[in-house]
Design a protein around this ligand. Sequence first.
Ligand code: RB5
Length: 153
Amino acid sequence: MKIVLGSDHGAYELKEELKAWLSEHNYHFEDIGTFNGERCDYPQVARTVCEQIQTGAAERGILLCGTGIGISIAANKFAGIRAALAHDHYTARMSREHNNANVLAMGGRVIGSEVAKEILETWLATEFEGERHQRRLDQIQSFESPAPVVSKV
Ligand code: RB5
């Protein structure tokens, strides 16, 4: 499984900690930045990570910003992306079992790095349950390509 991860300046330090954890646990990953603590725009980070998933270059993404909110909102604008903002184990586990989340978002100003590592471990290890949950994901996916608006005459 290839993982792609990125953050803005609000979670640069958390990204570095998670990278070290991924290396220690032999995960195959790519860091797309940011590479320092200078201000940058999280929508561009989300875009780079999501496009890699859309093209199949990576299977899972990790997106981090100050709260995790902005970057998860941005990620969920991309077709096929199911980004889950999680700051606890239960949410992380359910985001995989029920939502087949392919992106995990967290906030570097919200949680400590040890909690974030445990959340990430849970998220990476948990499988999607399929069945009734797939039907619901199909419904969500149907919202991505709305039928063209036909003008009334
Ligand atoms: C950057 O200051 C901050 O707004 C960003 O990291 C994130 O928290 C947005 O949702």
